[in-house]
Design a protein around this ligand. Sequence first.
Ligand code: GLC
Length: 737
Amino acid sequence: MYLKSKLLNKETDKKIEALIEKMTLEEKIGQLNQVSLSDVGAFNISAEDKLKMFQNGQISEEEYKKSLNDSKRLSENEEAIRKGLVGSYLGIDNPENIKYLQKIAVEQSRLSIPLLIGCDVVHGYKTTFPIPLAESCSFDDELFFETAAAAAKECKRAGINWTFAPMIDISRDARWGRIAESMGQDTYLAKKFAKQKVKGFQGEDLSADDKIAACAKHFIAYGACEGGRDYNTVDISLEKLYEVYLPPFESAVDSGVCTVMTSFNDINGVPMTANKPLLKDLLREKMGFDGVIVSDAGALYQCITQGYSEDKMSVAEQAFSAGVDIDMTSNIYIKYLKDCVKSGKISEKDIDNSVRNILRLKFALGLFENPYRDISNEENRLCDKDNFELAKKSALHSAVLLKNNGILPIDREKYKNITLIGELCDSTDENHGCWSYYSEHRYDVTLKEALEKEGVHYIRAYGVKDICEDELEKAIENSDLIIACLGESADMSGEAHSYADISLSESQKKAVKMLKSSKKPFVAVLYNGRPMCVADVDESACAVLEGWQLGTRMGEALADILFGRFNPCGKLTVNFPYKSGECPSYYNRVETGRPALNDEATWCSKYDDGRVKPIYPFGYGLSYTSFEYGNLSVEVKENEVVATVDIENTGECDGYEIAQLYIKDLFASRIRPVRELKGYKKVFLKVGEKKSVEFTVPFEELEFYDFNLNRILEKGKFKVFVGGNSNADLSAEFELK
Ligand code: GLC
């Protein structure tokens, strides 16, 4: 819908048809070919200089060989661009290098077709915002939009015109490292997140100087990989796939997303890269997606490894026939599609359709009119200082207060000697999390820097892999309050970083034990890209603040929260399981016939060495104030249910509350989850203020799929729960007759 509707003007379509008319089959296939090269080493350093750098020890022999290889690949890529055999480029972000490559495409190729330049700007380009798992905890649609728009502005200035984001994979298993990149485990929230991200990146006019193409990824159900092990097989009923994993993509497509990326995983034995029923029949036909489908990196080749495709010729035909327009970096389309056409396996008319999708996108982006970006004064234009305020705001709203015995906000009069400990707060790398290769660290503020400005001492004492007990004992001895940074380093989550054990490392467990036995009060600040099993921290710390990886302004934001300059309001979008073996742990589960009512219960569905409830559940997060809910009423209207509730700030400071509405379908022809989020409202209440909040839930939110994959709405009784987390017990029933 998006591309066609945006480009239905006859003039553009005429230009596209005229171009296709002129193109050779090789040039058409060239548009379907995406190559990659990172900036490092490939550009601007001559072979002689590299040799000198190696000889004087500036780079290792391995780096020297890699950079020579990069230079070789660069010249091959340049040659291919000149011949019109490259349609898009992955991973180049340096503005000069982008302009260098665009000029080759536009000024040195036969048809002057500009390149799509794609990068993984998932939560910021130069200015980094909280990782998506953190930002989702803000439950703030405006923020979801604003941070995407801010990233798009920085990207387009550099010449990046396509981001491989938003990642909208529902993630229920904390062992999966890419949960960091997701918006958590809830489908309703993911739909809202997807919509705002697509609108933020793309806006209403892709040719604008601050808008880029978005990419809904990874289609589909990548987060359901067995065992939470990345790239692993996905075996799932289509009903579950349609109900849990598909809605965020429907939302992205309905919001006009221009591109969709296929996922590495198979679905029930068919790799998504070549999955015709789910790509051509579902995504294209049923959902009406008319944009560009791009494979994931090297995924075509992986179909052979997975034992689906016999060889490269086969996978070229299978992936293309399934609907994949662009082959991301496996070099298979460029080498084998022509033979597929010559042998009649694929028609040139179908190739033309894919080329049309891609050219529409390039026209929509304004690349033919304006292929180059002014890269003067790059420094300031790239890392937009206006974004720093937004980076701070999003960090403040994404942190989650998980425990507080009243010690927060810290009373500086009472605690005069405060020591910050742990390695994670002393490196800008830990602020940014996954997909932050392009981020600018020089403007960062670490928590160590922010707290030292407030007279807090710092002693490293321990890291993720080591501990110095003497340093820790010294810190404990000299302080009347400890702030302990605990968690995992940024490179322990993200792609290809699944963990079987998601508890703290041994060195940190030891540190927690020492802190506990010291009886000195300590506040824990978590740095992590996934839920972690931190029951030991919860049991011994006076307070636990979930800091995630909050980006460029992480340090300042956490300092503001710790000292009460901002009242935390984030709410978790994932469960924090008690033990790794409890994964996947998610709130919207279905009930068993033997529910476990408590940890002592027997003959019921529980782990004898686990806990029935997560340490912290979905939707949970504390404030420095308190909120009370009451007076819930529910009214069934013609096509919707309307629930109204009063919320009062009964505490001692103003603050935001994220009110949540959950619904349980009490009896159904397929058992429904114990509760599902169907509404949230973020309200700001001053001390003593009371507001009436209204939730409207359209009947379609009560539908589910029958065994023929038809959406159905069944009559019967439903229960509404409203409150500040997924265990809310304020409830009311209604019936659809
Ligand atoms: C990676 C990721 C995908 C990313 C792509 C390009 O393997 O799976 O999310 O967009 O390659 O970097």
